[in-house]
Design a protein around this ligand. Structure first.
Ligand SMILES: Nc1nc2c(ncn2[C@@H]2O[C@H](COP(=O)(O)OP(=O)(O)OP(=O)(O)O)[C@@H](O)[C@H]2O)c(=O)[nH]1
Length: 522
């Protein structure tokens, strides 16, 4: 679960970071576009303000009105308005700015005197009546664009206020005559109009001045509800914090429970969860704010959570399957090893049994069974290849007496000696077997009867001449041998009978001698 939580957290961070980057990029793009549009308008507005400030009619009017400055101070707004409307210099100034307003796409144009009083304004036709678009008689000395113009010759201000029906961009340019400040010409642009030119999505975007005051928004009602309010002092801290987080790209900026003044009931942000990103428009000292609902992100979040969980479950399943496969493989390997061990043991036992079956324990010659099996095979081969084979049947003479006289173990020693002599007198290819207690047989391969007879005689002599030492005693023994040469088409039974017959003849002849079948037996 820990791994799942961690994986889910990682995924969420990834989604959040990419979503935040997307929002940030959007707002940066919008800020750039807005800056370009606004700068173009600013330039035009500046030029217009400069031109107005240099117009003779305006300058004359400002001079005239400045003379009434002390009287204006004591007049009410209505009195000032009536006075100005009746003034002839105001008429020509009003006429000029009205014409300019009609030719240019501006919200309003007006002229201020040195005290900030609006002394001329453009008029526009509303319901057939000429209505002033600026507040003739109003005092604007507290406005930034006016105080800046008084100090520097020109000034900008982005403002919304109770007296300003729409958020606006104000540009002023000071009028001077002989170094004397006469007042300012003011151009006012339509900020929402600028904003409406941005390629905005359905998300909310708004623009504040450097004090956090909203001057425009993609939702006009938002702005209208906030007119005159320095609204963002408490909010901007939350936003700045959120923005800081965004910049860090470490955490989702969830702006919740923003504290708006109670009367801003149109702002229903309390229930919203927003991504908020910002981008400054440095030269204009404006900031574009951009918010997007967290809903989309939450969908992603949930989907990523499910994805992470699925990955986790699949991962666990995979681990279980792999474990089972490894386990099965290990058990199979153990099983196979056990089988291999058993097989090896069986082979050893089988080899031992075979050895027991084919060899005589006392002499290590072939056993009776194995000897006759081998002899039969050799007879078949010799018949096939038209070779010669001679069978010798050997029997130790009076062996019973040796046993009876010197004991069984001494007899065994004689048998072993007899076997050794047989081995010495024959070739490796010949077949040697102990076929009875004291009986031996030899199959001489590729051997003619004369040679066989010599070999048999040599064995006979070797036995007779051999002194067997056993437990300090010296024993002597002899043997009798019967020979039979394999005849064409003769089978093993017939061959053995012939050799036995010759052996019988040797025994009858007094033992310790060799007799040949067909020669001595007929
Ligand atoms: N020591 C010993 N004696 C054996 C073995 N196998 C058989 N014998 C003995 O060999 C003797 C064979 O005796 P017989 O068959 O009478 O033959 P023989 O005494 O050799 O007399 P002939 O063959 O007629 O010369 C018996 O006493 C058997 O007990 C053996 O492995 N070891």
């Amino acid at each position: 679960m820990l791994v799942g939580g961690w994986a889910s957290h990682l995924l969420v961070e990834r989604f959040a970071a990419s979503e935040l980057t997307r929002q940030q990029n959007t707002v940066k793009r919008q800020a750039n576009i807005f800056a370009q549009l606004a700068e173009k308008e600013l330039l035009a507005a500046d030029k217009l303000a400069v031109a107005l400030s240099q117009d003779t009619a305006i300058i004359n009017h400002q001079r005239t009105m400045n003379e009434y400055a002390s009287r204006f101070a004591d007049m009410t707004f209505g009195e000032r308005k009536a006075f100005l409307e009746a003034n002839p210099t105001a008429a020509s100034a009003n006429d000029l700015v009205t014409r300019l307003l009609q030719n240019l796409d501006l919200m309003s144009l007006f002229v201020l005197d040195a005290s900030g009083n609006c002394i001329a304004t453009a008029y526009t036709q509303i319901d057939g009546e000429a209505q002033p678009v600026g507040c003739l008689g109003e005092n604007y000395q507290s406005r930034e664009y006016f105080s800046q113009a008084r100090l520097n010759g020109s000034g900008h201000q982005f403002a919304v206020g109770k007296r300003v029906p729409l958020p606006s961009l104000f540009f002023s340019y000071a009028s001077y005559a002989n170094g004397e400040f006469l007042g300012a010409a003011v151009v006012r642009l339509d900020a929402p109009n600028l904003l409406s030119q941005l390629p905005l999505s359905t998300t909310r975007t708004w623009i504040t001045d450097r004090n956090g005051m909203v001057i425009s928004s993609t939702t006009p009602s938002d702005v209208m509800q906030q007119l005159g309010a320095r609204l963002y002092a408490p909010v901007s801290e939350a936003i700045l914090e959120a923005t800081y987080r965004l910049d860090q790209h470490r955490q989702v900026a969830l702006v919740e429970d923003l504290h708006y003044p109670e009367d801003w009931d149109v702002w229903q942000l309390e229930s919203e969860r927003l991504f908020i990103a910002s981008a400054p428009i440095g030269q204009l000292e404006l900031t574009v704010w951009h918010s997007a609902s967290i809903a989309n992100f939450l969908q992603l979040y949930h989907r990523s959570g499910i994805l992470a969980l699925t990955v986790l479950v699949l991962g666990v399943l995979l681990i279980l399957i792999v474990e089972r496969v490894i386990d099965a493989h290990q058990r199979r390997m153990t099983h196979l090893r056990a089988l291999a061990d058993a097989h090896q043991s069986l082979e050893q036992v089988s080899s031992r049994l075979l050895n027991i079956a084919i060899s005589d324990n006392l002499t290590q010659l072939s056993s009776r069974v194995y000897f006759f099996q081998r002899l039969e095979e050799e007879i078949a081969r010799v018949h096939r290849e038209s070779e010669q084979l001679v069978l010798l049947q050997l029997d130790i003479d009076n062996f019973k007496i040796i046993n009876d006289t010197h004991g069984h173990p001494a007899g065994d020693e004689v048998i072993r000696t007899m076997a050794a002599i047989c081995r010495e007198q024959t070739r490796k290819a010949d077949l040697l077997g102990r076929v009875g207690g004291e009986e031996f047989a030899i199959g001489l391969i590729e051997c003619r009867i004369n040679t066989a007879q010599t070999i048999a005689q040599n064995i006979c002599d070797a036995c007779a001449n051999k002194a067997v030492e056993y437990e300090g005693k010296v024993l002597h023994f002899t043997c009798s041998i019967g020979l039979a040469e394999l005849q064409p088409k003769q089978n093993i039974g017939e061959l053995i009978r012939q050799a036995d017959k010759a052996l019988y003849v040797a025994k009858e002849a007094g033992r310790n001698c060799v007799r040949v079948s067909g020669v001595d037996t007929d």
